[in-house]
Design a protein. Structure first.
Length: 440
């Protein structure tokens, strides 16, 4: 069968169709291309070159932008690393200063310190006698009392310093030295208010060496201290610790209800029998006299400051007593945040006056005590009284501050300016301090 042609299409037996028009167009394109002038070819070449350049420029710019982004990111990382390095350098500098500071502290040879002071520390011993009534009649009971003490020089005379409660109502007092020699002791003077007592013995001067009294006012929390004494009958025992806090107050049965001020709190282990022994600094100087432990506690020992000993020792040796304790004639409690809230006080510190001694300095100055009872967290508080917040411009945070200021910075007969809070209004009252009456 012959192919049949219709129009511009040609049909073949295999069923394929050739587009004659496309063939004709291709032929015409080739003819035109062949007929282009050299100038037109040159223009097309330039256009293609420009297009290629634009494309390459775009690729380059994109690559450059990407690189710049990476550089910026790395620069930021470098800045962060530099800041971290600076922070580490500051920390290293602080640690270096701390190491240099700690290395500048005086090194303590405890063995040498002990050898230098052991002959100055003594055992104080005596007997208490009690008459006990039984169904068989009266019975006399004897009990041995032991404590510690140390030699001290007052106005050229070597004496033994100990606690008042160690020798109170004790008979047949003896003082034993480190070498075992024992001597009868005579009481030269006592002050129950400071729990101090001074004894005299007839020991040869060559056998006993007085310790140096240091200044407790130079102590700081964290200072190294040593306690030596006779704990539980173990004579010559040494323990070490630090100054845990300063300016504490304590009350003992012998103080007649008054507080002992400016007490040193120490972590050096203190046990029964240590009472009266010295608390020493790293130089072997006496900065306190160990006096008590808080019942049921561990690591909470207390010592009378050496400044109190220095102040009272001449009086105790020459007069047998010390009667220069200032007295205001007030009783009270510390203001706490809970008390301040319950009483609507504008201050969260101070000493709330709950009682005033009739005829005492405070009553004469016009200080008022509270009269109404208020429950604060289950405790009864006498409210309505003045709140002492300052003495001579020095803030009084509570009873510890009040006792410490009166003991260390005033004398009987001195006029002090007492700043009080009365009905939430501050006012200042002049008060003439009295002399503390004997313990009741």
């Amino acid at each position: 069968m012959q192919p049949r042609i219709k129009g511009n299409y040609k049909f073949h037996d295999n069923g394929n169709i050739d587009d004659a028009r496309f063939m004709t167009s291709e032929k015409r394109f080739r003819q035109r291309a062949g007929s282009l002038s050299p100038i037109n070819k040159y223009k097309i070449g330039i256009a293609l070159a420009v297009l290629a350049l634009v494309i390459l420029s775009g690729i380059f710019c994109y690559g450059l932008f990407t690189v710049q982004q990476k550089i910026a990111s790395q620069s930021e990382e470098i800045n962060k690393l530099n800041e971290h390095i600076l922070d580490l350098e500051r920390q290293i500098s602080a640690l270096t200063q701390a190491i240099q500071s700690s290395s500048s502290l005086p090194s303590v040879d405890l063995v040498e310190l002990y050898l230098n002071v052991r002959d100055s520390i003594v055992v104080v011993q005596g007997v208490t006698i009690q008459r006990i009534l039984t169904i068989f009649g009266p019975v006399i009971q004897y009990s041995t009392v032991q404590g510690s003490g140390f030699a001290c020089n007052s106005t050229g005379r070597v004496v033994i310093v100990t606690n008042f409660h160690v020798i109170d109502q004790v008979q047949n007092l003896t003082v034993s030295l480190y070498n075992g020699d024992a001597f009868d002791a005579v009481v030269l003077g006592t002050d129950p208010y400071s729990d101090l007592a001074v004894l005299a013995i007839s020991a040869p001067e060559a056998e006993i060496r007085p310790l140096t009294l240091g200044s407790s006012s130079s102590l700081r929390v964290g200072d190294f201290v040593v306690a030596i004494g006779n704990p539980l009958g173990l004579a010559g025992s040494m323990t070490t610790g630090i100054v845990s806090q300063l300016g504490r107050t304590i009350q003992e049965p012998t103080t007649g209800g008054y507080m002992i001020a400016n007490v040193i709190q120490t972590s050096a282990p203190i046990n029964p029998g240590n009472s009266g022994g010295p608390l020493l600094n790293s130089l072997g100087e006496v900065v306190g006299i160990t006096t008590a432990i808080i019942s049921g506690s561990q690591g909470v020992g207390l010592a009378i400051p050496s400044d109190t000993i220095r102040r009272e020792l001449p009086y105790l040796v020459s007069k047998g007593t010390y009667d220069m304790h200032s007295w205001m004639g007030v009783g009270g409690i510390d203001v706490t945040p809970d008390i301040a809230k319950a009483l609507n006080l504008t201050k969260t510190y101070g000493w709330l006056v709950t009682s005033v001694t009739s005829g005492g300095p405070a009553e004469k100055a016009g200080i008022k005590a509270g009269t109404k009872q208020v429950q604060v967290l289950g405790n009864t508080v006498i409210a309505g009284g003045d709140v002492i917040i300052a003495l001579n411009g020095t803030r009084i945070r509570g009873g510890d501050d009040l006792s410490a200021y009166l003991e260390a910075r005033t004398l009987p007969g001195q006029i002090v300016q007492v700043t009080i809070l009365r009905e939430n209004k501050e006012q200042t009252i002049s008060l003439v301090l009295g002399k503390r009456p004997p313990p009741s």
